[in-house]
Design a protein around this ligand. Structure first.
Ligand code: FDA
Length: 345
């Protein structure tokens, strides 16, 4: 991030911080306010005007940098090495999503090919996470398919796996279709997907993925979704999460070769998964825990030290704005930290 904010950019940044802060305060005071705040931040995560203001304002990076390993692939590799040295593996994510031209999609593909190559050279213990919207999904399914195929070919040669992150609900069918065409149709066994427990449809999707012996990361879901497709209440999302954990650790799932990643910072989900595995006699190496870079760092280390398989999702790159805003939406305390830091000299 270029730390040369002009006075007007600083004022604009402080202006938006003030508006966000004041609005947040008001809506937190009313019943159900936290849900509104989450929606507001998720709306801002996709608003170009807000992105311009926040990213043009140097102090914002100071806060975003807590969740992002750096701008360059070298910084991501350094972070990965540190985590590897502490007994944790990584999922490295070159930040970027929703590209608007085929050239941008091709550039993202090339950056991801570079990342695969660097991971092999640097002997990183980890895999690559990608977003299909970064590879052109919104411009056409075929463009994203071709770009992903190129990455999977290089990754297979480098003995690196690739996980397709899940994005907005409108893209789930296309994402699963591309995943199946490449994994089941073309035999790429180095590709996995993500399932979001807030979506009503996920139970049906998981049934199919269990039958296919898929490699699945289970998350709660990070996007703004209407009540027609997703649970609005955290308790429903949490209950669905644990139902899906049990499906993905069922006898059938394990016999079919399903590999589950329990990706959450929620202590209740972590403890319930451990308890479920214990009562069913499922060995701790049959699944792994995953958390995001910079979130619950102590707990990450502790789980690894206790012998659990622990993987950290390591994002890097300059396109950090939407990723950062989703992290703010997940926890209001992060928002206060962000707003107050913008006013510090
Ligand atoms: P929840 O949001 O209920 O939080 C539980 C507790 O965890 C909080 O009370 C707090 O203590 C802590 N916590 C959670 N978020 C925090 C934050 N940002 N900062 C500080 N503390 C926090 N989503 C998606 O839609 N598609 C995807 O592909 C992925 N991929 C992905 C990979 C990995 C490795 C992880 C961990 C998460 C994702 N996600 C995702 C994001 C996921 O959907 C979800 O939004 C976040 O993980 C937050 O939900 P939790 O399960 O952590 O629980």
């Amino acid at each position: 991030m270029t730390p040369c904010a002009s006075t007007s950019t600083r004022r604009a940044g402080q202006g938006i911080a003030f508006v966000i802060g004041a609005t947040a305060l008001v809506i937190l005071l009313v019943r159900g306010g936290e849900q509104w705040l989450r929606s507001l931040l998720l709306y801002l995560s996709g608003a170009p005007w807000a992105r311009r203001m926040v990213t043009g304002f140097a102090p914002a990076w100071a806060v975003a940098g807590r969740f992002v390993a750096g701008e360059s692939v070298d910084e991501a590799i350094d972070a990965a090495h540190q985590l590897n040295a502490e007994g944790m593996s990584v999922a490295i994510d070159f930040l970027g999503e929703s590209v608007t031209t085929a050239t941008e999609a091709d550039d993202a593909r090339d950056q991801l090919l570079l990342l695969v190559d660097r991971m092999r050279g640097a002997q990183v213990e980890g895999y690559v996470s990608i977003k299909l919207s970064q590879l052109g999904l919104n411009l056409g399914e075929n463009l994203a398919l071709q770009n992903l195929r190129a990455i999977l070919e290089a990754a297979r040669a480098a003995n690196v796996r690739v996980r397709i992150d899940m994005e907005e609900s409108a893209t789930v069918d296309m994402t699963l279709d591309i995943y199946r065409r490449l994994r089941n149709g073309e035999g790429f066994d180095n590709v996995g997907v993500v399932i979001q427990s807030y979506l009503y449809r996920s139970e049906e999707d998981v049934k199919k993925l269990v039958a296919e012996g898929a490699w699945v990361r289970l998350v709660k879901g990070a996007y703004r979704e209407p009540a027609a497709v997703a649970y609005a209440d955290k308790r429903d999302t949490d209950a669905a999460y644990m139902r899906l954990v049990q499906m993905l650790l069922s006898e059938d799932a394990l016999a079919n070769g399903v590999e589950l990643a329990v990706a959450t910072h929620d202590e209740a989900m972590i403890l319930q998964t451990m308890a479920y595995a214990r009562t069913r006699g499922i060995a701790s190496d049959r699944f792994e825990f995953q958390m995001l870079y910079g979130i619950r760092r102590e707990r990450q280390r502790e789980l690894a030290a206790q012998g659990w398989r622990m993987r950290v999702y390591v994002p890097y790159g300059t396109a950090w704005y939407p990723y950062f805003m989703r992290r703010l939406a997940e926890r209001p305390a992060n928002l206060w930290f962000f707003v107050s830091s913008l006013f510090k000299k």
